[in-house]
Design a protein around this ligand. Sequence first.
Ligand SMILES: *Cc1c(COP(=O)(O)O)cnc(C)c1O
Length: 410
Amino acid sequence: MKPMGTIPAAFAHAPLVIAGENAEHWAKVAGDTPLFVYDFGVISARIGTFRAAMPERVKLHYAIKANPFASLLDAIAPLVDGLDVASGGELGIALRRKPAAAISFAGPGKRDDELTAAIEAGATINLESEGEWRRARAIGDRLGIRPRVAVRVNPDFELRGSGMRMGGRATPFGVDADRAASLIESILTGGADWQGLHIFAGSQTLDVNALIDALTGALALAERLADQVGTVPQLTNLGGGFGIPYFPGEMPIDVMAIGAALGEAIEQSPLTRADGGFAIELGRWLVGESGVYLTRIVDRKESRGETFLVTDGGMNHQLAASGNLGTVVKRNYPVAIASAAPDAATETVSVVGPLCTPLDRLGDRVTLPVAQAGDLVAVFMAGAYGLSASPTGFLGHPAPRELLVGTHGG
Ligand SMILES: *Cc1c(COP(=O)(O)O)cnc(C)c1O
């Protein structure tokens, strides 16, 4: 038997209830399994926590790539101050929901047509390199539009305890901190509309002190750069990287503590006195815990003394839960048998998807209530980097359904 992560407190289980209804209800609403159900009540509570914890001057941006489901974007867009996008496709869906001034476009390898779309719309391009600046400037000249640009800085520190480090080393992301000032100067003299700085050190951290160090480190770096170029950034995007507890023994982060520490640093900052603004960009922490992936057991079988529950969806829809997205060792996400009563007898089983690969495993030797073909399995923590980060084309099963449920616009 191997342990699994903790089921988020928002979901009553044994039997599972999502936004006041049981799992079979949502499967019926969706029309079929497998499906993702996102409880917007969980997301609006997160936004409320952020607002209560953070200084008013710190804006909240949603990083669309965590979950670009259209209904979810419709609901979240009015509650956040900005949308961060990472492709021309995401730019298009963001522009349907926010004014261009509230959209920033980061990511390496922006093509000329993507830069053109951003410049025409008036979205902020977070420049990832000097070369990208030269291309943006040339496109702006050709169009007769002053591009709005910010500089993404590869910080000279990294986010400790991060599941995905994106700074403090050689990376394709941003311009190294010691070259940022000269790039900013070239932007200022080149006549572009300089929006500010973008400093993102990493993702999925549960260490509050590391998060505080990264955010205050980003602030200090922004102060240094402002000093070097003699101009205060209108907006300093301090990054984020707030993690959520997927695995056994992991604990949620204390956002109030982060807000208190950041508030103190910001209050003393020369950027604040010069009326500079700040943003934190979050994906996973805002939406990750809202999602439940529901997949139906098709077969129950034994092999060499082990029991397998074979479901109609797996890593093709929820790659991260199978342990194949950014992790080395397969650990178990929280899973449940949706309809099981609290007093049900349990057994140790592996929950596997329908794909012909041993990688397709949603639960590895987990203890669950005894289940049969026809029962629904719930895989939690499915709201971020779920469907959009999964290889849906692999083996050609139908796409899963998606539902946004719960309190809308909270
Ligand atoms: C992916 C990404 C985010 C969102 O990260 P989360 O871990 O989902 O909060 C924020 N900023 C940038 C630059 C990113 O690439």
